[in-house]
Design a protein around this ligand. Structure first.
Ligand SMILES: Nc1ncnc2c1ncn2[C@@H]1O[C@H](COP(=O)(O)OP(=O)(O)O)[C@@H](O)[C@H]1O
Ligand SMILES: [Mg+2]
Length: 459
């Protein structure tokens, strides 16, 4: 409290001086006004401190997007006054391209609260929402930091729990039946596109028993956490899938993640700018409940130290970098990793160690069994007696693309499941067309050396 220091002034003398008295009067008014203003501000901030609660959510937080989505929900019609004050006046648009397994890509548009202040009403509480871009930026991605601050009366603070529960539920139901993909952006994992429809495991056709063997192993691992912890072993398991391109390696991992309700965290080891440091850092920060997928594992073994045609020489992962990243003490204690490669011959045996790679599986050229299963998926409903299927398989046999029915004679040529899928897609609902065009499955260039010498063709 400030008072004029009057005690030591010859007050009477001064007050009797008309000029000075006028001055002091004005000064006094000013002082009183300043005092009033200050108390008002102090009072307001006291009220604010005492009566309001803030909750700040930063964009880095997992809940940010779900809160934003929750805020965009249409609200039930309110009474007149509420509807006047709780309108969201600035909107921003978010467009999502969604490619679904069973349909064309379509775009979805979402309106979100834009930047600035909005008032909303939830249940009985009024909540002020402030969405702001900060002046600082995320050093990894270059994006400005962003926050949403929710403010409500202290008495209504429990509404926040309610909002979070609803937002969480909303996000969970939006992801139901979907698989989330993460990729690295800068030094961070970010969601790649929107969650995709789960790919059913049954839609990936591998040779007999392969899917089951891997699924069983992963499931067993997931149930054994304690076993690992008790023995002080990092709770990690690695799988290496190898074989020619277009045999369903990536599709299988995607479907497996869906089956287990995991996300996929994808790194392409041949991607530009992926360095040892970045890789090992990313592996320490895997998104929760995700399968790590390292595509093109052989990239780490190629000698790519020389300059590319366009003069680019940096940003490669080395073999020791890959091993360090996989073994790293900090590298997420819990981990399921899948590595894929088209060139098993380029990999080093050092990769096959418990925790790095525990199981190696070859996903190979299409077999008779796979061709038959794929036929069933495409033409099962129109080829009721299975005669078309038999003719198709005989044709593949005659073309020397698959084994004979007894599984004894090894084919001279090979084809891939991706090629068979292409053939069937071209001949939708037209099985005769598919049989007629089967010759197109013969690879244009036949490179015997490209084929793994150890290929096992099961019956
Ligand atoms: N075994 C398979 N079963 C079902 N679809 C397959 C199979 N192999 C390949 N495809 C299809 O071919 C395309 C390429 O497959 P992909 O999984 O990317 O092969 P890879 O990773 O082995 O190169 C995808 O559209 C996929 O659906
Ligand atoms: Mg692949």
């Amino acid at each position: 409290m400030e008072t004029p220091p009057s005690s030591f002034l010859p007050l009477d003398a001064l007050l009797n001086n008309p000029v000075f008295a006028g001055g002091i009067g004005l000064g006094g008014l000013g002082l009183a006004a300043a005092f009033a203003r200050r108390s008002a501000i102090q009072g307001a901030s006291l009220v604010k401190r005492r009566l309001l609660v803030d909750l700040e959510i930063s964009k880095q937080d997992d809940s940010y997007q779900s809160i934003l989505a929750w805020l965009s929900l249409p609200r039930p019609p309110a009474d007149f006054i509420t509807s006047k004050i709780t309108r969201i006046h600035h909107l921003s648009m978010r467009t999502i391209s969604q490619s679904s397994q069973h349909g064309p890509t379509h775009k979805q548009y979402f309106l979100q609260p834009g930047y600035g202040r909005h008032i909303i009403r939830h249940k009985n509480a009024y909540i002020s929402v402030n969405r702001e871009k900060q002046t600082s930026a995320n050093l990894n991605t270059g994006e400005p930091h962003e926050t949403i601050t929710l403010t409500t009366l202290y008495a209504h603070r429990h509404i926040f729990e309610d909002i979070f529960a609803e937002a969480h539920h909303l996000a969970a139901s939006a992801q139901e039946g979907k698989t989330v993909m993460y990729t690295s952006r800068g030094m961070e994992w970010t969601r790649f596109g929107d969650p995709r429809l789960k790919r059913p495991l049954s839609s990936v056709i591998l040779d007999q028993g392969i899917k089951e063997r891997i699924l069983e192993d992963v499931t067993d691992f997931l149930g054994r956490k304690e076993w690992y912890v008790d023995r002080g072993i990092p709770y990690r398991r690695g799988y290496l899938l190898y074989g020619p391109p277009g045999t369903g390696k990536s599709s299988f991992i995607q479907a497996l993640a869906g089956e287990l309700d995991f996300s996929v965290a994808l790194i392409n080891l041949s991607e530009r700018g992926m360095t040892d440091d970045k890789l090992s850092y990313l592996l320490t920060k895997l998104p929760p409940r995700s399968i790590l997928l390292l595509e093109d594992a052989d990239a780490a073994f190629r000698n790519r130290r020389q300059v590319d045609e366009d003069g680019y020489s940096g940003g490669t992962v080395t073999f020791s970098g890959l091993l360090n990243a996989l073994d790293g003490v900090a590298a997420g204690e819990e981990r399921i990793a899948f590595l894929t490669t088209n060139h098993i011959d380029r990999l080093d045996e050092a990769l096959i160690r418990p925790g790095r790679v525990d199981m190696t599986v070859r996903i190979g050229e299409a077999t008779r069994h796979q061709a038959g299963e794929m036929w069933n998926r495409f033409y099962g409903d129109i080829d009721e007696d299975g005669k078309g299927r038999e003719r198709f398989l005989e044709r593949l046999e005659a073309l020397d693309l698959v084994t004979d029915a007894t599984g004894t004679k090894r084919p001279k040529l090979y084809t891939s499941t991706a090629a068979i899928q292409g053939l069937f897609l071209f001949n939708k609902d037209n099985m005769e067309g598919a049989i007629d065009m089967a010759e197109g499955l013969i690879p244009r260039t036949y490179e015997p050396e490209a084929r793994d010498p150890g290929v096992k063709v099961p019956a």
